[in-house]
Design a protein around this ligand. Structure first.
Ligand SMILES: Nc1nc2c(c(=O)[nH]1)N[C@H]1C(S)=C(S)[C@@H](COP(=O)(O)OP(=O)(O)OC[C@H]3O[C@@H](n4cnc5c(=O)[nH]c(N)nc54)[C@H](O)[C@@H]3O)O[C@H]1N2
Ligand SMILES: Nc1nc2c(c(=O)[nH]1)N[C@H]1C(S)=C(S)[C@@H](COP(=O)(O)OP(=O)(O)OC[C@H]3O[C@@H](n4cnc5c(=O)[nH]c(N)nc54)[C@H](O)[C@@H]3O)O[C@H]1N2
Ligand SMILES: [Mo]
Length: 676
């Protein structure tokens, strides 16, 4: 990072001495100075003086703000017990101290817990139900791959470093790049083989590919006998799942499915499995089915072969002090994605407990990012909800708060970071002074705790002390050495990353029959369905949102390159790049509905209506719509953001949001009306 002489931030660059990053960084973070020095940054605590959401604020001092928060939290507790307070956070910062530290307050007081479903709720269980461990092969190994499958992740936009390694494999070994997605995004444009299927049908492709492998002798039966639960019953099941069966489901041709199967059966095939294809009602099952391919081909045995979704199961961090687990109190666990139902007082969502009367929100912007936005915003706007939002900007969530607190950015506090896609744990030291009166999450949590009379050393420690304590407690080595180096290398031995000593179950075998109860036990998951209702073997589980005459289109809400969820929603560079909220539509569908380029359309379902500009895209199946986001709600006509349309109903087995699985109708808007 360029630190300028006046203490301000210049360009941010990718580290050259990091084998994964290799000098490459995405353009929005390269321009991070735009965020740090933005004229709209929050600088002082604010108290609402008008009606909720009216935008009328009064500047107050920190002591006044913190006193009021402590007394209102106490009041909520007195009225309805500690579970009436719900601390709520997510992914704004990925540093553990400033992200997960809010749990310390929760555990010290017995406030309601948060069940994390919004991002990983579908993907992670699907992976663990097969391998028994959330870990895989280091992407740097792609240098030795013959085939790289980029499955349900728009790597060019969401994790650009994957492309560095995939392209290196192509240059060095002539590796083939295969992309599996629902539209011709920037990643797909770089692929040698384009698998453009219908949303929510990936498991059908995976099953048919296994069918071809078994039929054509491409499966590694010796590997399966030693390392998997492969059985005659599973083989018989797969033999009913032919390419002819999968073609009408996926929208792919039999020939395309066969060509895919033959290519990805080659031993040194690296499967980079993303989140996108799991943001479907059957997403956990799709993840598990895709993961079956390297287990059948035996790719795991070879350097450059195997799979990765995330290494998040491999850090072995002891975060007990950071999260205050030792303080022992924990309230009922509320599903964060169901925030609308929770705040509406829905009995099931509240687990039969008291209503939520007070919240503190850090690191997340639910009014924009959470599904079923109408319910979410209605809940946040409740007059009898005391809402504290700690933020860097006046987000659409902060606008609904009673008290808004100004937050530091990652360059202005100390933290450490894990990364799902690769192997190092990094330190992120404080490098710059915060503007105005901004305070870090850690400072705010501690200040509230001390006012509530809570006693724990964690509430008096500095952020740096918590970083040091956590890494030392986790057996990561001497902290002074780590601080001097700036990171801890946590790559597991290559053998382990390839599960050469067996998979993460007692018998060491990969599960073609997914072990959901086993995954639940390992990950502390809560069932969202009857376990007996689930398919026994890997399969296409047809529970996706059905298209009907009334709702004949499938809407996918993929991330845009210039935004990070709702972050960068305020920076000029990103806003310029992304332009007006829009939707990709197949030209033949446009003709059918009499829609022309530059027209606006209304897209709707039972939850609401959103207006978008139409852009034609030939590279996708008919009846698919892709709206890249997240755009600010207010950038849309009527302030209705895209999550007005998405569902908060927990998907099986364990909850999670089908952000890319929404049946909708489309209506052209007359040109004159659009111009108004
Ligand atoms: N339609 C649709 N919706 C989606 C998705 C999708 O694909 N489609 N993706 C979903 C996914 S995967 C996720 S993870 C969620 C993420 O949703 P969020 O967790 O809300 O993530 P962001 O919008 O990136 O960040 C939220 C806020 O954190 C603030 N922030 C950053 N650092 C700090 C800090 O140190 N302290 C404080 N107090 N605040 C900070 C930022 O200013 C920002 O406003 O969104 C989900 N929503
Ligand atoms: N620029 C940018 N980068 C980001 C983010 C961002 O918002 N913007 N968000 C960050 C976060 S929090 C996360 S979790 C990651 C997520 O990053 P990814 O793992 O890339 O997941 P998604 O971005 O949800 O979706 C990836 C792709 O899946 C496609 N897809 C949707 N449905 C299906 C389907 O049924 N089958 C298949 N095969 N593909 C499908 C989408 O069209 C999209 O191109 O990215 C992170 N990086
Ligand atoms: Mo995410």
């Amino acid at each position: 990072m360029d630190l300028l002489e006046d203490g301000s931030i210049g360009r941010v660059r990718g580290a050259k001495d990091d084998p994964y990053t290799d000098g490459v960084i995405c353009e929005k973070v390269a321009r991070y100075a735009e965020r740090v020095h933005h004229k709209d940054r929050l600088l002082y605590p604010l108290r609402r003086i008008g009606a909720k959401g009216s935008g009328q604020w009064q500047r107050i001092g920190w002591d006044e703000a913190l006193d009021e928060i402590a007394s209102r939290f106490r009041q909520a507790e007195e009225e309805a017990g500690p579970e009436a307070v719900w601390p709520y956070y997510y992914a704004g910062t990925m540093g553990h101290v400033h992200r997960d530290g809010l749990n310390r307050l929760r555990h010290a007081r017995g406030y309601s817990d948060q069940y994390d479903t919004i991002c990983t709720g579908l993907a992670w269980p699907g992976y663990v139900a097969g391998t028994g461990l959330l870990g895989g092969v280091d992407p740097v190994e792609m240098a030795d791959s013959d085939v790289v499958v980029i499955w349900g992740t728009n790597a060019v936009a969401t994790q650009v470093n994957v492309m560095t390694h995939a392209m290196r494999a192509r240059r060095r070994n002539g590796a083939k790049i295969v992309a599996v997605d629902v539209y011709e995004n920037a990643t797909m444009q770089q692929a040698d083989m384009q698998m453009l299927l219908r949303p929510g049908t990936d498991a059908a492709l995976a099953l048919a590919a296994m069918h071809v492998m078994l039929r054509e002798g491409l499966a590694d039966r010796d590997y399966m006998a030693r390392f998997t639960d492969f059985s005659p019953e599973f083989e018989a099941h797969v033999m009913t799942r032919s390419p002819e069966w999968a073609a009408p489901i996926t929208g792919l041709s039999v020939e395309a499915i066969e060509a895919f199967a033959r290519l990805v059966a080659s031993p040194r095939t690296y499967f980079r499995l993303g989140y996108g294809f799991t943001r479907q009602r059957n997403g956990s099952f799709a993840m598990h089915a895709a993961l079956c391919l390297p287990a059948m081909s035996g790719a795991w045995q070879h350097r450059g072969g195997g799979a990765l979704h995330s290494n998040s199961g491999t850090w072995q961090l002891d975060k007990s002090r950071l999260t205050g687990q030792h303080l022992g109190k924990s309230g009922r666990s509320l599903d964060m994605s169901q925030i609308g139902a929770v705040l509406a007082g829905d009995e099931k969502a509240l687990k039969g407990g008291p209503p939520v009367k007070a919240m503190i929100v850090q690191n997340t912007n639910p009014a924009s990012v959470a599904p079923d936005q109408t319910a979410t915003r209605k809940g946040l706007a409740r007059d009898d909800l005391f809402l504290v939002v700690h933020e860097q900007f006046m987000t659409e969530t902060a606008e609904l708060a009673d008290i808004v607190l100004p937050a530091t950015m990652f360059l202005e506090h100390n933290d450490y970071y894990t990364r799902g896609g690769h192997t190092r744990v990094l330190l992120g030291p404080k490098l710059a002074e915060a503007p105005g009166e901004a305070r870090s999450n850690h400072e705010v949590i501690n200040a509230i705790a001390l006012r509530l009379g809570l006693e724990d050393e964690g509430f008096r420690a500095s952020d740096q002390a918590i970083v040091a304590d956590t890494l030392t407690r986790s057996g990561y080595g001497d902290f002074d050495e780590i601080a001097a180096r700036g990171y801890v290398e946590r790559a597991r031995p290559e053998r382990d990353a390839h599960f050469a000593g067996g998979f993460g179950w007692p018998d060491g075998r990969f599960r073609f029959a997914p072990d959901w109860p086993g995954a639940a036990a390992k990950m502390g998951l809560i069932w969202a369905c009857d376990p007996a209702s689930l398919p026994h073997f890997a399969d296409h589980y047809d529970i996706i949102d059905q298209l009907t005459d009334a709702q004949p289109f499938k809407l996918v809400t993929s991330p845009a390159r210039g935004f990070l969820n709702s972050t960068f929603n305020e920076t000029p560079g990103s806003l310029r790049r992304e332009g007006e909220p829009s939707v990709f539509m197949h030209p033949d569908d446009m003709v059918e509905l009499g829609i022309e380029q530059e027209d606006h359309v209304e897209i709707g379902n039972g939850r609401g209506v959103v207006t978008l500009l139409v852009r034609p895209m030939r590279g996708m199946q008919r009846k698919v719509l892709v709206a890249e986001g997240l755009q600010p709600n207010r950038a849309h006509r009527g302030g209705q953001g895209i999550n007005v349309l998405t569902s908060a109903e927990p998907a099986p087995p364990f909850g999670g949001v089908p952000f890319h699985d929404t049946a909708v109708w489309v209506r052209p808007i007359a040109k004159r009306q659009a111009a108004e």
